[in-house]
Design a protein around this ligand. Structure first.
Ligand SMILES: Nc1ncnc2c1ncn2[C@@H]1O[C@H](COP(=O)(O)OP(=O)(O)OP(=O)(O)O)[C@@H](O)[C@H]1O
Ligand SMILES: [Mg+2]
Length: 256
């Protein structure tokens, strides 16, 4: 089954969509590993209702200085940034135990977070994400859903190299439309499938957003309505309450 990257501007609903897709897959008895590659945000586990694993992949690989050193060595040897950081095969069944927490069919794994002021840029996290997703083998009835940081830096970092599909989340804003246009070009340039999904829309904003995207030659693959249940549960740091969105998420899943 596919490895899906969820992309979009800040606050468009990437983490929400990842959570709702993962939950629906779990309900259908399919394994869904949620991979948090966003080095800043902390709330994904709360949305999923799964505690963060004991270690991030960054911890597992020895910390940022160790990873940075491996990357620099690779660059010095002229091998570029697409370095192999993990030994042996990587599958959902062979992930380092301390790096993943499972709750039934849902797994939660974090690449790494910014932990200290002045610790340097997030490029090592990007390199880990890229290497991990590229190397990870996914079987039948297994999915990988990747929650990214806001914007398009992950495209530049090549995080989506090992992914099959990029879902671009568009909320009702001009910035989101412009970003969708750009993300679609970048995704297709890399030969990947791109699906644009509207989020947080209502009967007024949905047609406007569709019109803005149509003018730019962008088809809409899915629509997720604004849900007060999602907004409230997120505000309180509780697992997302989104029963009213199940139909929207079902329809989107069919497109993946
Ligand atoms: N369909 C929805 N209905 C109501 N509120 C929503 C919906 N989708 C997302 N939100 C709200 O919008 C806010 C941002 O959502 P979320 O954290 O999923 O976005 P994000 O794209 O992951 O943000 P970031 O770029 O910071 O990672 C949250 O308060 C969330 O509850
Ligand atoms: Mg997020």
């Amino acid at each position: 089954m596919p490895k899906v990257i969820v992309s979009g501007r800040g606050g468009s609903g990437k983490s929400t969509l990842v959570t709702l897709l993962a939950r629906l897959l779990g309900e259908k008895g399919e394994d869904a590993l949620v991979v948090d590659v966003d080095e800043s945000n902390l709330g994904l586990g709360k949305m999923l209702g799964i505690a963060p694993p004991a270690k991030t992949l960054m911890d597992y690989l020895g910390g940022k200085p160790a990873v940075r050193e491996k990357l620099l060595a690779s660059l010095r040897q002229g091998k570029g940034e697409g370095v192999q950081l993990f030994e042996g095969e990587l599958t959902l069944g062979t992930l380092p135990r301390e790096c993943v927490n499972w709750n039934g069919h849902l797994g939660f794994l974090r690449v790494g977070k910014i932990e200290h002021s002045m610790e340097g840029c997030a490029c090592p996290m990007g390199a880990i994400s890229r290497a991990f997703l590229k190397q990870l083998d996914v079987g039948e009835r297994q999915w990988v859903l990747v929650d990214t940081e806001a914007g398009i830096e992950h495209f530049g970092r090549g995080v989506f190299e090992g992914a099959d599909v990029v879902v671009v989340v568009v909320d009702p804003s001009h910035d989101a439309v412009l970003l969708a246009e750009k993300a679609k070009v970048l995704t297709e340039e890399a030969g990947k499938k791109c699906l644009v999904v509207l989020n947080k829309v209502d009967e007024t904003t949905e047609p406007l957003l569709r019109q803005e995207l149509r003018q730019r030659g962008i088809d809409v693959a899915g629509v997720v309505n604004f849900s007060i249940g999602v907004a409230q549960s997120n505000l309180l740091g509780k697992p997302l309450q989104a029963d009213s969105l199940k139909g929207c998420i079902e329809q989107l899943l069919e497109k993946l």
